[in-house]
Design a protein around this ligand. Structure first.
Ligand code: IPM
Ligand code: MN
Length: 371
């Protein structure tokens, strides 16, 4: 037995616990079948933490997140907590994790499995073979900029304010991740902003150009305005390799990219911090989908995005490339057999539950290691 490292599981709200349960089964499988052990702890984040402790993330859970090798988070939020102020909402727990762990780079791959080409609302020829990586800045921009708030003006009207701010180092460090990734893929980066109306966007473009010239001239760099990018993503998504963009545009464009793949229930993500002296990065892995309260507790949610997020953790935090590929290959093979959760269901396919989808993926992993 070898101990690969420590994991903090934060199942959160809605469908979170039921999709996280399937990851636990993969962790057990790795122990039993591959002799790879993890030190696993579990904690509360989001609405469930509000209910238990009055806050969306306790200092104690925050400290544990900072101490482990990787955090896996499923989803937060739900109608029950919608009326709370911004700093008390479930989402504030997730934003605090991102900020205090300094997870400035959010990697959101959008890949289309051949078996799911017809599940997309776009034409098969538009999405077949799609493989995009969106690198979203995650600890800056309008999500965290000050001043912010809602105030009442002397004339009785109310005013809402948020501030978009980016400094040179914030742009450089996320762009660097995008360039490094591109070198291992199609060697092309598209930087996305609204430099035609926003100074912060103009600075973004200038700083990406400066960094490219200084250190990454071998990578092809293009630029696109965010509105045009959103259009091109549905018109001809295969023109993109790596997209690098700010926090807010990245939030929107990654949801859009998710739908190219058939379902947001398929998409994993990794949020990474800076590398320390040993090359280790703080990291949090989560599916792009939310807590889907409307289907929670019914064992019908798609567990694949959560399971693929764990595959990203195996790859990025534990250097377990073989096991990451094994899990990804098992997902692909199971989709080929026609097994589908409701979100990716199509005529002629076999509809299954969350747990049966995971059962089948685990059995496929058994087969793959036996082969
Ligand atoms: C995401 C989510 C979050 C975000 C919410 C839950 C705060 O939509 O991870 O994309 O806006 O970043
Ligand atoms: Mn989002």
């Amino acid at each position: 037995m070898s101990v690969a490292g420590s994991l903090l599981l934060l199942p959160g709200d809605g469908i979170g616990p039921e999709v996280m349960r399937q990851v636990r089964r993969v962790i057990e499988w790795l122990g039993k079948r591959r002799g790879i052990e993890f030190k696993v702890e579990e904690g509360l984040v989001g609405g469930c933490s509000i209910d238990a402790h009055g806050v969306p993330l306790t200092d104690e859970t925050m400290a544990r997140a900072l101490a482990v090798d990787a955090v896996l988070l499923a989803a937060v939020g739900g109608p029950k907590w919608d009326a709370l102020g911004f700093d008390k909402r479930p989402e504030a727990g997730l934003l605090r994790l991102r900020k205090e762990m300094e997870l400035f780079a959010n990697l959101r791959p959008a890949t289309v499995f051949d078996a799911l080409v017809d599940a997309s609302t776009l034409k098969p020829e538009v999405v077949r073979g799609l493989d995009i990586m969106i690198v979203r800045e995650l600890t800056g921009g309008v999500y965290f900029g000050e001043p912010r708030g809602i105030s009442t003006l002397p004339n009785g009207e109310r005013r809402g304010i948020n501030t978009q701010i980016y400094d040179t180092h914030e742009i450089h460090r996320v762009a660097r991740i995008a360039f490094e990734l591109a070198r291992k893929r199609g060697n092309t980066v598209c930087s996305v902003e609204k430099g035609n109306v926003m100074e912060s966007g103009l600075l973004w473009r200038q700083e990406v150009i400066a960094l490219h010239k200084a250190e990454y001239a071998d990578v092809t760099l293009t630029h696109m305005l965010a509105d045009a990018c959103s259009m091109q993503l549905v018109r001809n998504p295969k023109q993109f390799d790596v997209i690098v963009t700010d926090n807010l545009f990245g939030d929107m464009l990654s949801d859009e990219a998710a739908m190219l793949t058939g379902s947001i229930g398929m998409l994993p993500s990794a949020s990474l911090g800076a590398a320390d002296a040993q090359g280790k990065r703080k990291a949090l892995y989560e599916p792009v989908h939310g807590s889907a309260p409307d289907i929670a507790g019914r064992d019908i949610a798609n567990p694949i995005a959560m399971m693929l997020s764990f595959a990203m953790a195996l790859r990025w935090s534990f250097d377990l490339q073989t096991e990451a590929e094994l899990l990804e290959q098992a997902v692909e093979n199971v989709l080929k057999t026609g097994m589908r959760t409701g979100d990716i269901m199509q005529p002629g396919m076999a509809k299954c539950s969350t747990s049966v989808m995971a059962d089948t993926i685990l059995r496929e992993m058994d087969k793959l290691v036996a082969a």
